[in-house]
Unconditional design. Sequence first.
Length: 298
Amino acid sequence: MSDMNRNRKGSILAPMIAGAIMLGSSIAIGVYIKFADLHMQKIPIYPENNRQVSAIPTETDNWVRIGSDRISSSEIVETLGTENYLSREYILKESQDAKKKVVVELHAAYYTGMIDTVPHVPERCFVGGGLQQSESSRNMSLDLDTSSWRVDTTVPPELAGVAGELYTVRLSNNRDWTDTPGLRVRLPRDVTPENTIEMRCSEFLIGEGQRIYAGYFFIANGGTKANANEVRTLAFNLSDDYAYYLKVQVNCVTADSMDEFVEYASSIVSDLLGEIMRCTPDWIEVQQGNYPAGDNEM
C-alpha cells in the first residue's frame, strides 16, 4: 500500500476510532453510574406541607420581632434565586428597656433541585455592596442551649451520622410562639451537644467606628456546613435523589466584638433551631423512603 493510501486510510480511521472510544467511554460511564446507583440529576424536595421560612416564629423565650419582615424587590429576589426567603429583625427582650438595645437580623433562604445559584454570603455580597471586610472570615462554634436535646433512639445508627447518634430538640411549650408546642424535631446528623453548629463569621466596616458582624451556616441534605464552597458538595451527594440547602444568616450592628456577636447569634439560633429545621425536609424520612409520599414506589 502506498504512503498516500495509508495516510488517506489513517485520516478516515482516526475519527472513527476516536468516536468509538468516546462511545465506549460514555457507555462505560453510563453502566458504572447505573451499577453504582449514582444520581446525576437532582429532584426538588420541599419540607412537609411546603413550610416556608417565613413561618419561623416572630417571638421566642428571649427574642421578639421588630416591625415587619423585609420584602425585597423583584430584582433582588431574582438575584437571590429563590422566593422562599426571610429577612427579619429581632430585639433581645431583656434589652428593650436598657440603654443598649441588642438587635439582630435573621436571614434565611431555601434552595432545591438542580441548584445553580452560587450561595449569597456576606464576604461576596457585602464587599460587592461597598463594605470593607476588616479581617479574614473564620469559623466559630455556636454555644447552643442543648438542655432540651435528646437522642432519637428510633434512628438506625447507619443513618445517624459519624457520632452514631442523632438528636432531637423540643419546640417551645408556649402556644403563642409556635403552632406545635412541645413537638420534637430532628436536628442535622452532624450536630451534637459536643459538636454544635459552626458559623462562618466576618466583621465589616460600615462607617466611622461602626461595624456590622455577619455569620452564616447551611443546612443541606440533613447535614450542616459553614463554607459556601462545601455546601454544594454536601447537597449534591451522588447517592441522593434529592438536593436542597437552607442558608441561615445572622447580622448584627449592636455587638461590640466578634465574641459578643457569636453570643447573640447563639442565643437566637438556640431559640429557633427546631423551627428552622421544620423548614427543611426530615432527611431521615427521606433516606428511609418514607418522604416524599409514595417515594417507596419510585
